[in-house]
Design a protein around this ligand. Structure first.
Ligand SMILES: NC(=O)c1ccc[n+]([C@@H]2O[C@H](COP(=O)([O-])OP(=O)(O)OC[C@H]3O[C@@H](n4cnc5c(N)ncnc54)[C@H](O)[C@@H]3O)[C@@H](O)[C@H]2O)c1
Length: 323
């Protein structure tokens, strides 16, 4: 039994307290202000007869002297062997504390924090990078993260039509039906090249290990948002996409963790000095960063505990305000 003084937020309660427009503004402020984000801890756990499990710890905290200071940690377990047992392979919990006293305040559904802050951060980056008149969004993938992308992008651009492509066509059709029920104009792409060529914003959130998006398909003025690949072996776009784009990242970890940048760096196509800006720099400058309507922009994110803490703090503060 959880101590009654500790607030607890399940997935539904967490999502309800994180609507995208205010979440994007919270992230804009939080990236600009910054907080302490130590290197995330990644532990490999050998399991008997199953693939190795992973324990991921993502702490972050505000300056304890600041007026409203919080400390938080996201705890993620990944047990790939669970798929065969028919139970979820990933669990994620967020613990929020008072940043001045260490007193525990809340236990929050970590999956909802992760998916919502991820698409909100991408929409925030697109607010600085996508053309102001961008109206055709291509979503690549149809999983937990991808399915939220249209809602998040609608908070920053007048999206008139959404195209969905997924490696599993039935997944794409299911997501399209769900978005249609929300009143969006949606279609399913059976040809990825044609879909990329027709999009203003291309946003990918997949588990792809080989490039899906080819640079030669990107028409001038496109914004490419790459959310998926989180290891050096994973990729969503090819070297050409990186070569043709003005490249932005969420944090410097993207240069070491994401195959979409690690591999072009290894191939000599790209270097850290060619990064135009990180998301915190975009938020501090707070001006539209695209140089022209013809420029192709690319944003690569691997996620940061800063965004988790910002979203968790928003959940807790909103629940206090509503009490
Ligand atoms: N950057 C971040 O901050 C951040 C945060 C959360 C998740 N992610 C990443 O986003 C991706 C999607 O996460 P999710 O929770 O939505 O996963 P999910 O399992 O719900 O969805 C995965 C999607 O990828 C597709 N897919 C699977 N294998 C593929 C392949 N080989 N080629 C193309 N598509 C493939 C699936 O059909 C599905 O649509 C993952 O790589 C995850 O690590 C990134």
């Amino acid at each position: 039994m959880i101590d009654a003084r500790i607030s607890s937020f399940d997935a539904d309660a967490t999502c309800a307290l994180l609507p995208f427009a205010p979440l994007i503004e919270t992230l804009r402020r939080s990236f600009a202000e910054g907080c302490v984000v130590p290197v995330r801890h990644h532990h490999t756990i050998a399991t008997d007869g199953d693939p190795d499990a992973t324990l991921l710890l993502m702490p972050a905290w505000h300056d304890p002297q600041s007026a409203s200071s919080y400390l938080g940690i996201k705890i993620v377990t990944v047990f790939p062997g669970n798929t065969a047992r028919g139970i979820p392979g990933l669990t994620s919990t967020y613990l929020l504390y008072d940043g001045r006293t260490g007193e525990q305040l809340a236990l929050i559904d970590g999956n909802s924090i992760t998916t919502r802050r991820t698409v909100a951060a991408s929409a925030l980056a697109a607010d600085y990078l996508a053309r102001k008149d961008a109206s055709r969004l291509l979503v690549i993938g149809a999983g937990r993260v991808a399915s939220l992308l249209p809602d998040a992008y609608l908070a920053v651009r007048r999206i008139e039509h959404v195209v969905i492509w997924d490696i599993d066509a039935e997944n794409a059709a299911r997501l399209a039906r769900k978005l249609e029920r929300q009143g969006l104009s949606v279609s399913v792409a059976d040809n990825l090249e044609r879909a990329v060529r027709g999009a203003d914003i291309v946003s990918a959130a997949t588990l792809a290990t080989a490039p899906l998006v080819k640079g030669e398909w990107l028409r001038p003025g496109t914004h490419l948002d790459l959310i998926g690949g989180f290891t050096p072996a994973m990729r969503e776009a090819d070297d050409d996409a990186v070569r043709r784009s003005a490249v932005y990242i969420d944090t410097t970890e993207a240069l070491h963790e994401a195959g979409d940048l690690v591999q072009p760096i290894k191939a000599g196509v790209f270097s850290a000095e060619m990064v135009c800006a990180r998301l915190d720099e975009l938020c501090r400058r707070d001006v539209h960063a695209r140089q022209s309507n013809e420029e192709i922009t690319l944003y690569k994110a691997v996620g940061t505990a800063l965004a988790d803490l910002a979203a968790a703090t928003m959940v807790y503060d909103a629940s206090l305000a509503a009490a």
